[in-house]
Design a protein around this ligand. Sequence first.
Ligand SMILES: [Ca+2]
Length: 225
Amino acid sequence: MKITMVSLCMLLFPVLVWAGTLRDDFSDGNFDGWTLISFVEDGGQCTVEKGKLVITRFSDWSCGCVIGEEDWKDYSIEFDATLHQKIGTWSLIAMGLHLKGNAQQWRNAWMSYGFRPEGIGAYIVAYDHPNFLQDVMKPMPFEIGKTCHLKGVVSGNKYQLYIDNELALQIQENRFPSGKVRLDANGAVVSFDNVAITGDEVPDKYLSVKPRGKLSIVWARLKTL
Ligand SMILES: [Ca+2]
């Protein structure tokens, strides 16, 4: 019977794909697993304060933390974010989806919420350095110091931005078939918390587990079975 069940599992395994969720609430005091990248070399700053990821960017270009793999296709990323201080002309909470390239030549669908010269609101930019392939805006109220819930979803060539669980904007763009994920601050001090990335290629992982935390104990027990 055991052999039958094992054979069945082996047969089904390639067919069934479970979406994984990568979570980080920064409660362990670090952003291990993420890579800090600034668009320009004069940099920005990233710290973890009171269990939140805080990205500070003193100029208009973005500074961000990147995670994931270049072959990630359909996924969503959601998080709580607060813009604490407006510094630049562009002061934004932002994220990059289907990110490829190095820090100086990024290409991605870039979604943001906050202040730009055009006004206050939600934006999606399809960006292939140095070209803006698409740039769409929706005016929306925005408040400094207020926490909002942002969600970016990519499904095939469709990119959607949700703000506080309402669909704010969407675009179709065929030029970014897959890529990593980035959290950004633009000309602002922004804190991020409760990040969850879900997708078929995304591993099931909680990044704030301390070395001697629960998961390590479970893993140790599994290995002794
Ligand atoms: Ca961590």
